[in-house]
Design a protein around this ligand. Sequence first.
Ligand code: CU
Length: 223
Amino acid sequence: MAVGRSLWRHGFFGAALAACGGLGAPAAAATVVAHVTSDKGATEGAVVTVSRSGQAMTPAKAGTRAVMLQQDRQFVPFVLPVQLGTTVEFPNRDPFRHQVYSFSAAKPFELKLYGNNEVNSVTFDKEGVVALGCNIHDNMLAYIYVVGTPYFAMTAKDGAASVGQIPAGTYTVKVWHPSQKTGEVITKDVTLAANDTANIELKIEMKRERRQRKPGAVDEKEY
Ligand SMILES: [Cu+2]
């Protein structure tokens, strides 16, 4: 009886520690390593999200910020994944003006024409894809991908993305890429125990290559 009781206590404190782990200490956290491929092979620049199955979206901590640069008539980076509630700054590093906008349902907006080192920001409060353009420079194109989970990462050249510090539980792993076939949703469910590393294969269908063109690729005026 004494042994049983001692084990029970162990189990109790173990569970308490695991619960604490979910609040910040990553000691017992799990990792998802996603491998994204298409018919062209390993796929770079895909966003992999890991969301708790059947749970509401998790907004970012108050004050979370990210940056989408305008530099050399390009947006940098081309794809920016952010958690719901993040405020994105759009600093202009060029000696001429930009006018950034989006028609996307997740966040239609238009910044007024703004010059070098003027500060503009937009808070993204809805999940989804936000395609960016500039009214002055037609070659400029970028994407902000707004996710409802703190667990996300982008794939590197080898098509792999590692998402760490995930508390044990059942999750849905999802991938998104700007050149993916429109409307295609690829997901896989996974149950993670503490300290697990789960390798997940995700295959997407590339439809139309969407990339940002170089400056001067189209006629443009300067303001
Ligand atoms: Cu511009």
